[in-house]
Design a protein around this ligand. Structure first.
Ligand code: NAD
Ligand code: APR
Ligand code: ZN
Length: 236
């Protein structure tokens, strides 16, 4: 059996990391203008401001711990591989909570908050404390070229070839904690359906594309995900 799971900000919400959009209008993009923080143009215009935003999110992340949903997905990966089955965990999140919970195969399609990338040579390095505009690239020594290794609006997400291959060959596609409002991730359910793959949504409330899922489970991820994983592994 091959399962592909897509997670979004909702899976890290109970670890204290904010989501981007929610009905109450308290998401990150209600407080900050993404067009001033999450685009290449924003970084070119004011790199210090963008670095400060991601440094603050990095400090929050260091304080955060994986919740029961992250731990359950790590158990799922282990349980499936013990049965010769496979899990591909694709996340839109830039935090490292899936890895800290024990997940081994994590595909960060929007990059990683704890990594920086040189805009000149493309080298990716671990984020050093409070990386700033003047931090030289560890590979080509250029100054002022290090940016967050994060995919911004208008940029191509990472790992799309592996994700597309997974969406053609999986037996089950499960979206967890994502609003289904940003493409291409929001379109994965269409591709899964077209490939005849069963689909399931696990979220706090129905997402923008909830009607496209065969199965829908609602509740906080820290409760709904462990329950789903236990049921799946019992029946696997
Ligand atoms: P896109 O054009 O598919 O995303 C546009 C979406 O961004 C909109 O549907 C809306 O949900 C959101 N958006 C745009 N302007 C907004 C605003 N002013 N207020 C609130 N929300 C707003 O995305 P893209 O341009 O193709 O970006 C490519 C990829 O980069 C996307 O998958 C995106 O999710 C990702 N990204 C990552 C981060 C990050 O911090 N990791 C930030 C931005 C974008
Ligand atoms: N348990 C489960 N789901 C939750 C919880 C929770 N405790 N709290 C919130 N949610 C759900 C919300 O109902 C919402 O549907 O998580 C979803 C979060 O949606 P978004 O904030 O839009 O986050 P996401 O879908 O990951 O955003 C996609 O947009 O700005 C870009 O790159 C950014 O990766 C992000 C992308
Ligand atoms: Zn470089």
């Amino acid at each position: 059996m091959r399962i592909i799971v897509l997670t979004g900000a909702g899976v890290s919400a109970e670890s204290g990391l904010g989501t981007f959009r929610d009905k109450a209008g308290t998401g990150i993009w209600a407080k900050f203008d993404p067009m001033k923080l999450a685009t290449p143009e924003a970084f070119a215009a004011d790199p210090a401001y963008v670095h400060a935003f991601y440094n603050a999110r990095r400090r929050n992340l260091i304080e955060a711990t994986p919740n029961a949903a992250h731990l359950a997905l790590a158990r799922l990966e282990e349980g499936l591989s013990a049965r010769g089955a496979e899990l591909l965990l694709v996340t839109q999140n830039i935090d490292d909570l899936h890895e800290r919970a024990g997940s081994k195969r994590v595909l960060h399609m929007h990059g990683e908050l704890l990594k920086a990338r040189c805009a000149r040579c493309g080298a990716v390095a671990d984020w050093c404390a409070d990386l700033g505009v003047e931090t030289p690239c560890p590979a080509c020594a250029s100054e002022g070229e290090m940016r967050p290794h994060v995919v911004w609006f208008g940029e191509m997400p990472l790992g799309m070839d592996r994700i597309e291959a997974g969406l053609m060959s999986a037996d089950l596609f499960v979206a967890i904690g994502t609003s289904g409002s940003v493409y291409p991730a929001a379109g994965f359910v269409f591709e899964a359906r077209a490939a005849g793959i069963r689909t399931c949504e696990i979220n706090l409330e129905p997402s923008d594309n909830a009607h496209l899922f065969d199965e829908r489970r609602y509740g906080p991820a820290s409760e709904a995900v462990p329950a789903w994983v236990a049921q799946l592994l019992a029946g696997a």
